[in-house]
Design a protein around this ligand. Structure first.
Ligand code: FAD
Length: 469
């Protein structure tokens, strides 16, 4: 009898423990993907990117004589229907760790298990399952450095190879057409502008990993903070949809370290920040929607999305060139450099005194590498409300950050056309991506800062120091 393999955010064939186990049984395997409420809830760019990822993954399955069966509806009901149609006796999947997915998956495991089906979940999304790492007192970690020390020397199993053959069923159940799902419909920005910066799929992911490990990893330690350089791996987009597995990256990083690449240790450490984010989300799911430190609940953050300064921040019109370049980079490519993420988040939560959730939600709508755990941890870290967070008085100065990390202005020129005699192609491409209603054009004057580096810092610190929250 067939095994239904339910793919979610694990759109790959190699380094996939669950799928490797399914193929090893030699039973027919039916790969499925369900467009359920979790997909409905995605932001515009992540949903659009999912569509590209599904198309690439379906093509990869085709090459191996298999298929991706697409269905839309409630996950439990859809799985039940597929069991009835195919005679499957097993439903396997890779674990997810956000609270909504955990609730859904537990219910499914229980309901299907009661009917005698083999409903089983596997590791794969993470290097270390969140419940396998704990402090000496058996508690979850709240601080990154000891978490890193606890895991850095652990054995990580070698990544599984992609199955040579995927055993096919005698007949395939019917599948929806991917185009009919219109996953890109909410991307009411110039999706073709963003498309030029995205190359979906497992093969592209592996290619990027090996290129990085054979090149930029050498200088990663010093250059990873430079948004003007192409100095980081750019793997987050692939990790987000599971087009690459973390064990594969870990293994490549370890090999680079053995071969003497001086940035390899730092790269492994960054990968473990992702693990830490999942550890935090699993043990304290309120990370996603509440101040992790409740003493922040009374802080006078602004939340009105119609406010002019919030609009200016989203559109890259704050007059703070480094902030604006970064916001435009995200809108035009679906990605933003990590240093820039910290600076724009600091400017929003401190200089503009706006709630981190406003920023987190905007990122969720715009990032092709959107990840619930890393996004929430990043925002709460910068805002000061999170675990192991930057102290509130650490206010990034967007001007000195620009001088330090974009020393000759390349990054700012790459994304800001206004005021330039000969604007760069990328800076102009931003105007093809944005909606007309934003009424922005490359010939506009570039605005003066809506809140200056000095005044914003003073106001934020004042609110903090006079807190009665
Ligand atoms: P590299 O520098 O090459 O690092 C390799 C991998 O390590 C990354 O792909 C990522 O998986 C992991 N990593 C690196 N830095 C971090 C970090 N600070 N936190 C967690 N994991 C990390 N990352 C996302 O994947 N999705 C998000 O939605 C997201 N939102 C963020 C929001 C804010 C406010 C901040 C400050 C950071 C956010 N990050 C997010 C983390 C980080 O910015 C990105 O992971 C990184 O920029 C991805 O680029 P890269 O793949 O070239 O990273």
């Amino acid at each position: 009898n067939p095994i239904l393999f339910w793919f979610r955010r694990d759109l790959r064939l190699s380094d996939h423990p669950g799928f490797a186990a399914a193929c090893a049984t030699k039973r027919p395997v039916i790969p499925i993907f369900i467009h359920d409420g979790q997909v409905d809830a995605l932001g515009a760019a992540p949903k659009w990117r999912l569509g590209l990822g599904l198309a690439a993954f379906a093509a990869r399955l085709d090459e191996k004589g298999s298929r991706l069966i697409l269905r839309r509806g409630n996950a439990l009901e859809t799985l039940r229907a597929l069991v009835a149609e195919t005679g499957a006796t097993a439903i396997w999947w890779s674990r997810a760790y956000d609270p909504d997915a955990i609730a859904r998956d537990s219910e499914i495991k229980q309901s299907l298990g009661q009917t005698g089906l083999d409903a089983r979940s596997f590791a794969g999304h993470l290097l270390f399952e969140p419940w396998t790492v704990s402090t000496g007192e058996g508690k979850p970690y709240r601080v990154y450095s000891p978490f890193w020390r606890a895991v850095k020397s652990r054995d990580v199993a070698a990544p599984d190879r992609a199955p040579a053959q995927i055993p096919a069923p005698e007949s395939w159940p019917q599948s929806d057409k991917l185009e009919d799902w219109r996953l890109g419909a909410a991307m009411n920005r110039g999706a073709e502008v963003v498309r030029a910066h995205v190359s979906p799929g497992e093969e592209a992911a592996l290619d990027r990993l090996y290129r990085f490990c054979g090149g930029a990893i050498e200088t990663y330690k010093n250059d990873r903070n430079r948004p003007d350089l192409d100095a980081t791996s750019n793997l987050s987009e692939y990790l987000s949809l599971g087009e690459i597995g973390p064990r594969r990256i870990w293994q490549a990083g370890l090999r680079a370290r053995e071969e003497g690449a001086s940035g390899a240790e730092h790269f492994l450490k960054e990968l473990v920040w992702r693990e830490f984010a999942y550890h935090l989300m699993y043990h304290t799911p309120e990370l996603l929607n509440r101040n992790w430190r409740p003493d922040w609940d009374g802080f006078p953050w602004k939340t009105d999305e119609r406010a002019a300064e919030i609009k200016a921040w989203k559109r890259g019109r704050t007059g703070m060139a480094f902030v604006d370049a970064a916001m435009r980079e995200m809108y035009g490519t679906g990605r933003m450099h990590n240093r820039a993420r910290m600076v724009v988040a600091s400017y929003l939560t401190k200089h503009l005194m706006t709630h981190w959730k406003v920023g987190m939600d905007w990122f969720e709508d715009c990032l092709v590498d959107w990840d619930p755990a890393s996004n929430a941890m990043g925002w709460q870290w910068v805002a000061g409300s999170g675990p192991d967070a930057a102290p509130y008085f650490r206010v990034f100065n967007p001007e000195t950050q620009a001088e330090k990390f974009d020393p000759d202005g390349t990054y700012r020129r790459r994304w800001i056309a206004e005021g330039q005699a000969d604007p760069t192609k990328t800076a102009l491409s931003y105007f093809d991506a944005i909606p007309r209603s934003w009424a922005m054009s490359p010939g506009d004057d570039y605005p003066a800062p809506i809140v200056s580096a000095r005044d914003g810092r003073a106001a934020a610190l004042n609110a903090y120091e006079n807190r009665d929250f």
